[in-house]
Design a protein around this ligand. Sequence first.
Ligand code: LLP
Length: 432
Amino acid sequence: MTNQLPFTLEQAQAWREKYPTPFYIYDEAGIKKCVTDLYKAFSWNPGFKEYFAVKAAPTPAILRLLRSLGCGADCSSAPEIEMCRRSGITGHDIMFSSNETREEEYRAAFAAGAMINLDDITQLEIMERACGIPDTVCCRYNPGTFANTNDIMGHQYDSKFGMTRPQLFEALRRLREKGVKHLGIHSMLASCSLDNGYYPALARELFALALELRKDGITLDFIDLSGGLGIPYLPWERAVDIFTIGEGVHRVYHEMLRSNDIELSIFMEMGRYITGPYGYLLTTVIGKKHIYKEYVGVDASASDLMRPAMYGAYHHITVLGKEFAAADTTVDVVGSLCENNDKFAVNRALPAVDYGDILVIQDAGAHGHAMGYNYNGRLRCAELMLGEDGRVRMIRRAETVRDYFATLDVDPEFNPDRPAPAETAPDWDTDA
Ligand code: LLP
């Protein structure tokens, strides 16, 4: 996105004095407005709730902010459930949407009082064996084909997620027989969709199932439209309009459900749309290399933001302080990993950069820090929150060498209580 940044060069320079780059910074005001608008757009549905996809930004300060705005959480693992619990999100405010689920994860979800979303009919038995039958269960549907399928998600018949239609009906029937009080259905058929028609089309597909299920005597309490809404990563892409989407789903709801005397709650599990545009990765130029191409080296690498390396994803880059300078150089912006795909940008037109310039890698607020890793001994960077009042606070510190060695405590040489020899000791508690 090329929107105006919510901070200036001077602010970023001051932050860098205190928190060395690279770091992520999130814009609280942006996230708040996004969630507030979402709830306005779906205010016609009294039970509407967004269960934020924790995998997109698993950081307690972000989860607490979202909770304060009325969101629940969509968790995919027991550690995510535990993070939610400690962030004050519990019970039915958690939707546990996982696949190939371990018994202990069902037990964790059950203990937290979460709603459980079953990915497959065979999971019913596994869940029952693990924790019994919860009062609220959802089943994930895979229609095999879908009009709006896009390239990122692939075709549904190739997707490992969800149940076929006969399996879905059978699972819901069995769950009802077993005394489940509240039933729901869920489906996620796109990723990064910029189509205002995606959710209304998905709703049509799922509402039709609700009508058929009623003929079988099965009443649904909710329909979970999951995540998948996109953000304009590319400068020429256009953002979706959440009010058009809300109205579109409303129209289908009215036409198919209300007119048939069915009322149910609409749930969503968006991640990218909620935090993606409001997270920025700040990194400093530390190298300029001219060989067969021009390279700009930065102190972040793919281990901080994997999306460009993994998907060839475009993330817009702004050279702070040079926003209005002519973009008259063509460069690859690269990190320091021993991987040639460690490139934040390839053949990107940017203004000429200098050592020490701060680059802002945009739209990094979802599936960004969350997908970080430690290859090449790279330590994961800090996360900051830019408050509505303009103040900045650290919400996750950068990893240290001590963290990197933490799981080696099985080896006496790496016992955390054993001081490292002074002459070789790295700076244990700072981002080395
Ligand atoms: N609910 C479920 C069950 C999901 O599997 C996902 C994402 C979401 C919700 C949230 O989707 P979102 O609204 O954020 O698109 N790492 C990739 C995205 C993988 C998404 C996996 N599931 C990326 O960086 O683009």
